[in-house]
Design a protein around this ligand. Structure first.
Ligand code: 2HG
Ligand code: ZN
Length: 459
């Protein structure tokens, strides 16, 4: 029996595909630089079936690429080497909402947005949020420890995972942490699986903590002439207000979004960088404080201009100027970097990266934006029309090597929230010692002795 028939006998004929359209679609994530070439796509509908598929892959020694919403930006879900893609699309049920424990338990294929919605419907809140929540799946969020725009207040996905049910690369079923809050019984493999990028096991089921919905918020956008002023502004706003987000973008980022969508400018004054501050505004009591803080910033010559939202609709429109950047930039076939350093080191780091690129690659257009509150800088380099895709990628790989060295000298990370996948693999050595990387490889062998799961990713 060939692999197709063997898979069919596990999951049923409707849940295996070798249709060309599926082979093209399911071998790719959001990175547009790799080729899709999986052998077959399988859509299990139960944990037992996941286990059976893993046993089969071990027997035939055929690699599996775990696949969620494929919104990743590092190639972690790319299948280009005749692998089996194991899609969680058909394991997407919301299994339980427990109002006493304030938890939701879902199959890994539920989207982030579905989790947010079920929380809201039950008077609760799931706070991990980013532009692609409509497509990204919880299993993928956990596997990549997804971040987003509210990390400054709520942390990353890791902070919300209470329990994981996963099948390891050797087919063993693990119930990690049993959704307990307190559980001091040695190694917590749950945390090993979070951020493991599909290299240790297939995450099948997740229990997430929920919280109280946040109070209504207001949004301030203000402009500064120097990046370092944003840090002073952050300190000043943080001193009096409870911040849900403190994001930034450059004038170039703003120009591109406005050009693509026709949104109005936040204000006429030109600024080199803009901060978007989202702050709790319970009973409309914080806007006066925000205005006072803004005046304090203006007195200190930190800000050039600013505007505060007066309605929910205005807040939403202001958010579009930040949240639409990533999507807008796809048009320019950008090379993405997702770097982090300690917040206090950000200005020097950004200056050094900026000067390096300007000096070595004067024709490259660089767009900065990201999450100031988390020390996370997104650097998108836009492809000049004169270069073809592969010439551009190879130059950008050289840049990443240089940036990696800079990141290392700043004790930073080559991937703050997008994960390592294939795109960042060569630069992992700048964030982790060779000892750590060897231990990671040893850990992988324990969970996946035959190297069936997502080989070539992360490590
Ligand atoms: C964001 O913060 C996302 O908008 C995407 O993490 C960043 O596309 C990017 O580089
Ligand atoms: Zn981001």
């Amino acid at each position: 029996m060939n692999i197709f028939s063997r898979l069919e006998s596990i999951v049923g004929p409707k849940n295996v595909s070798i249709e060309q359209a599926d082979l093209e679609k399911f071998g790719l994530d959001r990175t547009n630089i790799y080729c899709s070439n999986p052998r077959v796509i399988v859509f299990p509908t139960s944990i037992d079936q996941v286990q059976e598929v893993i046993f089969l892959a071990n027997e035939l020694e055929i690699p599996i690429v775990p696949s969620g919403g494929r919104t990743g930006l590092s190639g972690g879900a790319v299948a280009s080497k005749s692998e089996i893609v194991l899609s969680m699309n058909k394991m997407n049920s919301i299994l339980d909402v427990n109002l006493n424990d304030c938890t939701v338990t879902v199959e890994a294929g539920a989207t982030t947005q579905e989790v947010q919605e079920v929380a809201t419907k039950n008077g609760l809140f799931y706070p991990v949020n980013f532009a692609s929540v409509g497509s990204s799946q919880i299993g993928g969020n956990v596997a990549t420890n997804a971040g987003g725009v509210n990390v400054i207040k709520y942390g990353m996905t890791r902070d919300w995972v209470l329990g994981i049910t996963a099948v390891t690369g050797s087919g063993e079923l693990l119930e990690l942490n049993k959704s307990l809050i307190k559980n001091n019984t040695g190694y917590d493999f749950r945390h090993l699986f979070i951020g493991s990028e599909g290299t240790l096991g297939i995450i099948c089921k997740v229990t997430l903590k929920l919280t109280e919905p946040p109070p209504p918020s207001s949004v301030f956008i203000l402009g500064v002439s120097k990046f370092k002023d944003l840090l002073e502004v952050l300190k000043i706003f943080q001193s009096k207000l409870s911040l849900q987000a403190f994001e930034f973008f450059s004038d170039h980022a703003l120009e591109k979004v406005i050009e693509a969508h026709g949104y109005p400018k936040p204000f006429e004054t030109h600024a080199s960088f803009y901060a978007l501050i989202d702050f709790d505004n319970q009973d409309n009591t914080s806007q006066d404080d925000a205005l006072k803080l803004y005046s304090e910033c203006a007195d200190k010559k930190l800000v050039l201009d600013g505007v505060m939202s007066e309605s929910i609709a205005q807040s939403q429109n202001m958010w579009k100027l930040r949240e639409d950047i990533s999507e807008t930039l796809w048009h320019y076939q950008p090379y993405k970097n997702d770097l982090s350093v300690r917040i206090s080191k950000m200005p020097k780091f950004l200056d050094e990266v900026g000067s390096f690129i300007k000096k070595s690659y004067p024709n490259f257009e660089v767009i900065w934006y990201g999450h100031i509150g988390d020390g996370n800088l997104h650097l998108n380099i836009l492809k000049p029309a004169a270069l073809n895709k592969s010439e551009f990628k190879s130059l950008c790989d050289d840049i990443s090597m240089n940036l990696g060295q800079l990141v290392e000298s700043f004790d930073g990370s080559i991937s703050a929230e997008h994960g390592v996948g294939i795109l960042k693999k060569d630069y992992l050595k700048f964030s982790k010692s060779s000892g750590e990387i060897s231990l990671m490889a040893e850990v992988k062998k324990v969970f996946d002795p035959k190297g069936i799961l997502n080989p070539g990713k992360l490590l």
